[in-house]
Design a binder for this molecule. Structure first.
Ligand SMILES: [Zn+2]
Length: 478
């Protein structure tokens, strides 16, 4: 029986966010709990759980926490050798304080431990970065083909199935890798829209070709200032000429389309979005408060959008209504709980992790929810027509039920403002109107104003007049 170990570490972390991700942010699973994350692991293989740590996107990972997970993974790995295969479950946009290319560091350490004969297959998020170091440490790599990532489970199954098939058939795969010097926020590469839709739609036909095992395209991660951040293509297979040709075709298509990647909906500054939503007759009307989106790595403590909502005379007076979800502010939440439901509060919210700015919020505590499993204690404060959701811990608002369990109905308000980028499926299905606000924060969509220093240049769109790059794939063998 073949023996395959499973482990990994997954987070998307912004170096432009003041938040730091550590033990309190990660959930760590081991043993049977780790294996239970994967349905349909082939039964003819012996599966060996190592350790897997996963967190909501956030700020850079504390070095000591990364080192501890890496040490535990390597210790389990060495105790279980020899292995036929290893499945690494990664994201690809993990920044660790004081390091660059953390996933390559992990993959290289794993490679050193297992030796060159063991096949390593990685599944990743397309908003991760596929660097030369990383692809060199791996034998197989793939990423999601849908953004939003409705195919996340399928990606993991594909990474496992390709690994098992290579082991069963004695195949040592080759990788054709190309870095495409284009850096996009994920919101410009939603696969509901062209050109991302058409590029990703080519992948199944490419992987069906003779000599090809898998084809994958990485958008890369725009909110980390590391040299590696960029788009990349990897085509894996057994026929060097075929994978090279297909990788080059995909890389060229991506480069040629670089100026066509656009937001899925109209975008503008906060005041334009508020005015547009209030003028629209469509309800529910969603506004993405995108710069501080916690599910892209924003800290979640930026109150800028609340300040703009309260500055609108119709909303401030209650003639119009808005839900704003949300801000992390444990101190403000504690004051709401002390005041009790129906109590009057006068708060300054925002900046709990150090993000600049705060907003004055004077109003009535409308709802208290104790010990939410994700957000901790949560308060809803009504001020004029604005209902602001305050949480103790970082929490995304991705489901209509996240609102209804607070007694808030997006359809019964003029605006529903959420810290999110492109609308996630449940909100997308509910939305009758939607605009994207280019608000400030650690995942600012206006990436040119972020001020990169370490990023490999030239790269589009930071260097719009750069010469056409070489998109010749490098074939990596072991
Ligand atoms: Zn992603």
């Amino acid at each position: 029986m073949k023996r395959i170990a499973i482990g990994g570490m997954a987070i998307e972390s912004s170096t432009f966010s003041p938040h730091r991700s550590g033990a309190a942010d990660f959930s760590v699973v081991r043993d049977a709990e780790l294996l239970a994350r994967y349905d349909s692991l082939p039964a003819h293989v012996g599966w060996i759980p190592l350790v897997y740590a996963r967190a909501l996107p956030g700020g850079a990972v504390e070095r000591a926490f990364y080192d501890a997970i890496k040490a535990e993974l390597l210790e389990h790995l060495r105790a279980t050798l020899p292995l036929d295969g290893l499945y690494l479950d990664l994201h690809g946009a993990m920044t660790v304080v004081g390091m660059t290319d953390a996933e390559a560091d992990l993959a290289e350490a794993v490679r050193d431990a297992v030796g060159p004969g063991c096949l390593i297959s990685a599944s990743m998020d397309p908003h991760g970065n596929m660097s030369h170091r990383l692809v060199t440490a791996l034998d197989l790599a793939t990423s999601h083909r849908m953004s939003p990532h409705e195919d996340a489970a399928l990606t993991k199954q594909r990474a496992v199935a390709n690994l098992v098939a290579c082991l069963d058939r004695g195949i040592r795969p080759l990788r054709a890798w190309v870095r495409v010097p284009v850096l996009l926020p994920g919101e410009r590469a939603c696969t509901r829209d062209e050109p991302a839709k058409g590029i990703y739609r080519r992948l199944p036909a490419i992987e069906a070709r003779d000599g090809v095992i898998d084809a994958a395209v990485w958008i890369g991660y725009a909110w980390a200032d590391e040299p590696r951040c960029s788009a990349a293509v990897v085509v894996t297979g057994t026929d060097a000429a075929a994978i090279t040709r297909q990788a080059q075709v995909l890389a060229q298509a991506y480069w040629d389309a670089r100026a066509a990647f656009a937001f899925s909906t109209a975008s503008g500054d906060a005041d334009w979005c508020i005015a547009t939503g209030l003028a629209s007759a469509e309800r529910p009307f969603f506004i993405s408060d995108s710069g501080d989106n916690p599910t892209a790595g924003g800290a979640g403590d930026v109150a800028y959008m609340l300040e703009r909502l309260l500055a609108d005379p119709a909303l401030a007076s209650g003639r119009a209504t808005a839900i704003w979800a949300s801000v992390v502010d444990p101190t403000a939440v504690a004051r709401c709980f002390a005041a009790g439901g129906g109590g009057d509060v006068e708060l300054r919210v925002g900046g709990a992790f150090g993000s600049p700015g705060s907003a004055r919020l004077r109003g009535r505590v409308e709802r208290l929810r104790a010990a939410d499993p994700v957000g901790g204690d949560i308060a809803v404060v009504a001020s004029g027509g604005v209902r602001a959701v305050l949480t103790t811990r970082r929490k995304p608002y991705h489901y209509i039920t996240d609102f209804t369990e607070l007694g808030l109905d997006p359809a019964a308000h003029d605006l529903t403002v959420v810290k999110v980028g492109y609308l996630v499926p449940d909100l997308f299905d509910a939305a009758k109107g939607w605009v994207l606000a280019l608000t400030p924060g650690g995942v600012d969509q206006h990436i040119v104003r972020l001020g990169y220093r370490a990023l490999d240049r030239p790269i589009y769109p930071l260097d719009p007049d750069m010469p056409a790059p070489s998109l010749a794939p490098e074939v990596i063998t072991r």
